[in-house]
Design a protein around this ligand. Structure first.
Ligand SMILES: CC(C)(COP(=O)(O)OP(=O)(O)OC[C@H]1O[C@@H](n2cnc3c(N)ncnc32)[C@H](O)[C@@H]1OP(=O)(O)O)[C@@H](O)C(=O)NCCC(=O)NCCSC(=O)C[C@H](O)C(=O)O
Ligand SMILES: [Mg+2]
Length: 280
């Protein structure tokens, strides 16, 4: 099972961060060629990303966030990734399904496409964008860009974002995609990170975008099934395996009614637990 609890960005122009990322327990890392890299450093960062992919050694999945195709660098970024392929490519500031297909057409085979939802037009066209088809596999919320463009004032509760958190997850679920929540810029604010991870999980996200190694453990913990959830899931599986439950759609487990949809959910949760336990 593909885990995306912790998705760590790092500037591809930072060799120390690339080296460090090889030993971190993030489920995925993203070598950024876009906003974390200054215009003058774009070509060198692209070369560094290709060399990092070629050298390998990352413990999780590796992606590259390319520049937009409407910039001087986007096309060359995608061409460079055809030789040493990442596991996935992240396309920023996508605003319509045509833009998804334009990037997809330049991807080598077996490379997934994740797209950033980070503009007002993107959230207004979520259904069309999320339905653009293979190789699109994930939606990532870009809170920095979205917040700026919407003129949001975001406090720890992220109230102004809530409609969009729900909309992004609904679009992802509706089209069978992963949904990754946005970043916390305050790298020293462990309380805020913890609260946002729990909130993201409650809204249905599969994981959190991160910008610093110190954020990984909190995301891995929050997006892994808790011990209590695992216990409850096992109870549901055991109850439906019981002879008395055969042929029934709804049964009682302890104080609650459960249906076969809960059995499916329990199986999915236990699969996530297995995967999380084997990664740590
Ligand atoms: C935010 C940072 C610029 C902070 O850098 P710095 O002050 O140098 O960090 P530390 O001194 O605390 O670093 C300690 C060690 O950890 C390594 N490190 C730091 N960050 C990373 C990282 N992301 N990945 C791997 N390793 C990292 C340092 O090298 C130190 O190592 P050592 O020398 O061994 O002690 C910096 O953290 C950073 O650049 N973060 C990533 C920024 C980025 O990629 N941004 C783009 C995505 S954010 C975004 O905007 C999403 C979206 O587009 C949106 O709109 O919301
Ligand atoms: Mg952005």
């Amino acid at each position: 099972m593909l885990l995306t609890r912790s998705v760590l960005y790092l500037p591809a122009s930072n060799p120390r961060a690339i080296e460090k990322a090889r030993g971190l327990n993030a489920d995925a890392v993203i070598l950024d060629l876009e906003d974390a890299v200054a215009p003058d450093a774009k070509a060198a960062a692209r070369q560094a990303a290709v060399e990092a992919l070629s050298a390998g050694g990352f413990s999780g999945r590796v992606g590259v966030r390319v520049n937009g195709l409407d910039t001087p660098w986007g096309a060359d970024d995608l061409t460079a990734l055809c030789v040493h392929k990442p596991d996935f490519v992240v396309a920023p500031k996508i605003e319509n399904p045509e833009a998804v297909r334009e990037v997809a057409a330049r991807l080598p085979v077996d490379v997934d496409l994740w797209i950033m939802v980070e503009t007002p037009l993107a959230v207004l066209r979520l259904d069309q964008i999320a339905g653009a088809g293979a190789p699109l596999t994930a939606l990532m919320l870009g809170i920095n860009d979205f917040g700026e463009r919407m003129n949001l004032v975001l406090g720890p509760d992220r109230d102004p974002l809530k409609p969009w958190l729900a909309a992004v997850v609904a679009a992802a679920r509706g089209h069978g995609l992963l949904a990754i929540d946005g970043v916390v810029n305050a790298t020293d604010d462990a309380d805020r990170l913890h609260a946002e991870c729990l909130q993201g999980r409650a809204f249905g996200f599969d994981g959190k975008s991160l910008i610093h190694p110190a954020q990984i453990d909190a995301a891995n913990a929050a997006f892994s099934p808790s011990a209590e959830e695992v216990t409850r899931a096992r109870e549901v599986v055991d109850a439906f395996a019981d002879a008395d439950a055969q042929g029934k759609g709804a049964i009682r487990v302890g104080y609650r009614m459960v249906e076969r949809l809960h059995l499916d959910a329990a199986h999915r949760l236990l699969a996530r637990h297995e995967a999380a336990s084997s990664r740590g």
